[in-house]
Write a protein of this length. Structure first.
Length: 242
């Protein structure tokens, strides 16, 4: 299986413009025959908690239909970051488009304290099946929550992907956690981070992938593109967005 993570800079609150960039990144991943592409946290709106209430959509919103079309075309599962709305409130979500299947929504269960004024805890699932292989998911702060990580380990998944929006300090701490996870549990682990200004911080990029043996590849703090990892051979490809 080939897992791809996107690293990109989104425009504050401009879903239409951000969607066009996302569609280009899907094409980049498709060039490398990726089976699963994951974008950073809240990638379609940028990480903007103050705007989330006004930008949130229902999980089945028709405006995201182009991702389903591309999922079908490329036989690729695609996870995009978007605030979603339910009866409980607004969630930080990954909306997941699967080839010729109904979309799924993975909503962040464990919120950072700074997020609690703007979002509510959501329901999620431990793994998603891609090409008959279980992939464990996390959104940002969740990767630091021992209970959440243990659920991923207990599931037996050998691939773990985190969708995040993090600073330099946050990525440094996350790298330690994720390499330990890869090493101790023989997992392929990836993290997709944003670059550029967010609401009150700057995304540092440095999206990366680890095998149990160590770091496979890390992007820098400004490159926009996709990093693709073959989970069996651990071969890595990078496609840059020009």
């Amino acid at each position: 299986m080939k897992i791809a993570i996107a690293q990109l800079q989104s425009v504050r609150g401009d879903v239409a413009q951000n969607k066009e960039k996302h569609l280009r990144f899907v094409a980049l991943a498709a060039e490398k025959q990726a089976d699963f592409l994951v974008f950073p946290e809240l990638s379609l709106t940028n990480y903007e908690p103050l705007l989330a209430e006004s930008l949130a959509v229902e999980s089945d919103d028709a405006s995201l239909g182009e991702f389903q079309e591309l999922s079908n075309l490329h036989r690729m599962t695609i996870g995009v970051g978007m605030p979603t709305r339910s009866a409980a409130g607004v969630h930080i979500s990954l909306v997941l488009f699967r080839p010729y299947q109904t979309r799924l929504v993975y909503s962040k269960k464990y919120l950072h304290a700074d997020e609690e004024p703007f979002f509510v805890s959501g329901e999620n699932f431990t793994t998603i099946e891609v090409n008959e292989e279980a992939v464990a998911l996390a959104i940002c702060y969740e990767l630091s929550v021992a209970e959440h990580t243990q659920c991923a380990v207990n599931s037996g998944a050998k691939v773990y992907v985190a969708s995040v929006a993090k600073t330099a300090a946050g990525m440094e701490k996350s790298a330690e956690i994720l390499f330990k996870l890869a090493q101790e549990h023989s997992m392929t682990v990836l993290i997709s981070n944003c670059v550029g200004p967010c609401e009150d911080f700057v995304g540092i990029g440095k999206s990366a992938a680890w095998s149990p043996e160590g770091l496979l590849k890390q992007l820098d703090d400004e490159t926009e593109g996709v990093l693709v990892v073959d989970t069996k051979t651990h071969e890595v490809d990078v496609r840059i967005n020009f």
